[in-house]
Design a binder for this molecule. Structure first.
Ligand SMILES: [Zn+2]
Length: 440
């Protein structure tokens, strides 16, 4: 896309204002941002010197925001399936990570994840993993928008020796990349069962001082809640509250096991939840009360979690699963409508990450982070409502074009960036290395 472009589409769903579906409109794009969104004829008259792109069978939406993933874990896709969370972590994931995770692993795994995410219409992801400098390098090479967690856990790893070392390394990256427009940062204490009170207190102070969101796995399983009660005499959310972590910057990932007063507390403090329906189903973690959270006023975003527990980095799938599951959980077919699911996959994710002014909807002034989905295929006909089609019928294979900050990253279903080609070779080499460990 050149510097000044008019993007005409059969439908445009800007997400803001809520529920709007615009037919035969165009986006005027300039310098990587949305300049205007108007009826096609009006737009063409006003921006006569702009290059024109026509997407006559397509719906254009804001780029999808994957609000929780561990991108490099794409190299562990399918390594260990059909296990509950703690056995999966302790017997499979953590041993492989101890032996293999390095900057090279993270860079190559994140590139693989970026290729998959871009092809599926994801323009922004929030990552939590070791060696974030390597995931940053990969995300920048891929041309994606990304938020990187300064990860902290209590135990040492190849990446860092103790909690202070984790935080120091993560925050140094934030300082190094603070002027990089596609990057942002979070503090990422891994989970209540891997982080001490003292470390949480330090994270709370840093979050307030540096105005950073706090990205954490929270109330994911019944075991986690029980363990907190036996070790700390309170449930995890209450513990975080006492340690000063409840506030608008808190991003509670999973939030499956919640009591009514905890839903109210999340709402009262302006916290966000990242719902990861496929991961919760696959690890048998349970059913997040998404409808109750949204009704209480909690900002609910969507995430894929890592490819080792999903096994797809596919937000179109998460939208559909979330919309279907919410209805069954609430016993209410009106729970998480198609429009609400699309909002969760776009604007809610951006807002959770503190990027709501920059991306997540197509308001003028925001970045031109855009996805076009071709609704012309027989399996998507007829089309009474493009948002219904998007959430309930379409898949990521229907994504045709993706732009991040106005730059075309996918055209006609093909990734254009040479940094994202040939990734099956390192993936195969890592498979051989990890499989060797699994068999030994
Ligand atoms: Zn996770």
């Amino acid at each position: 896309m050149s510097e000044k472009t008019l993007l005409h589409a059969r439908w445009i769903v800007p997400v803001e204002p809520a529920g709007a579906v615009l037919e035969h409109h165009a986006l005027a794009l300039k310098d990587g941002k949305v300049e205007a969104l108007l009826p096609s004829a009006q737009c063409a008259a006003r921006f006569a010197d702009y290059d024109e792109v026509r997407l006559d069978r397509h719906v254009v939406i804001p780029g999808l925001v994957n609000a929780h993933t561990h991108a490099a874990m794409s190299l562990m896709r399918g390594l260990a399936d059909d296990l509950p969370l703690m056995r999966w972590l302790q017997e499979h994931i953590w041993p492989v990570e101890t032996r293999h995770v390095s900057p090279k692993f993270v860079r190559e795994g994140t590139l693989l994840a970026c290729a998959e995410m871009l092809r599926g219409g994801i323009t922004c992801f929030s990552d939590m993993y070791f060696f974030p400098e390597a995931s940053i390098e990969a995300a920048l090479a891929a041309g994606m928008r990304s938020a990187h967690g300064a990860i902290v856990i209590e135990f040492p790893s190849a990446y860092a020796s103790d909690p202070a070392d984790y935080l120091r390394k993560g925050l140094a990256l934030r300082d190094r990349y603070r002027d990089e427009p596609l990057l942002s940062f979070t503090l990422a204490p891994h989970a209540p069962y891997t982080v001490s009170d003292a470390t949480f207190r330090r994270v709370a102070v840093l979050a307030a001082e540096l105005d950073l969101p706090v990205h954490i796995h929270l109330h994911e399983t019944g075991d986690e809640v029980e363990r907190s009660i036996s070790e700390h005499h309170v449930r995890p959310l209450e513990r975080l509250g006492r340690l000063g972590l409840l506030g608008p910057g808190l991003i509670a990932v999973h939030a499956v096991h919640l009591e009514a007063d905890e839903i109210q507390a999340l709402a009262r403090h302006g916290c966000s939840v990242v719902h990861c329906p496929s991961s919760n189903l696959k690890l048998a973690s349970g059913f997040a009360p998404v409808d109750a959270l949204i009704r209480a006023g909690v900002n609910v975003a969507l995430g894929t979690d890592g490819a080792a527990s999903n096994n797809r980095l596919d937000l179109l799938q998460e939208m559909r699963t979330a919309a279907l599951l919410a209805k069954a959980v609430a016993g209410d077919a009106e729970a998480l409508t198609a429009h609400a699911a699309l909002r969760a996959a776009t604007l809610a994710g951006a807002q959770a990450l503190g990027l709501g002014e920059r991306t997540g909807s197509l308001l003028p002034g925001k970045a031109a982070d855009l996805v076009a989905i071709d609704l012309g295929a027989p399996e998507l006909q007829p089309c009474y409502d493009p948002v219904s089609q998007l959430v309930y019928s379409a898949g990521r294979e229907h994504v045709s074009d993706v732009w991040v900050a106005g730059r075309a990253q996918v055209r006609d279903g093909k990734v254009r960036n040479s940094a994202l080609s040939g990734l099956e070779i390192p993936a195969q080499l890592w498979q051989n290395a990890l499989k060797g460990l699994a068999d030994s």
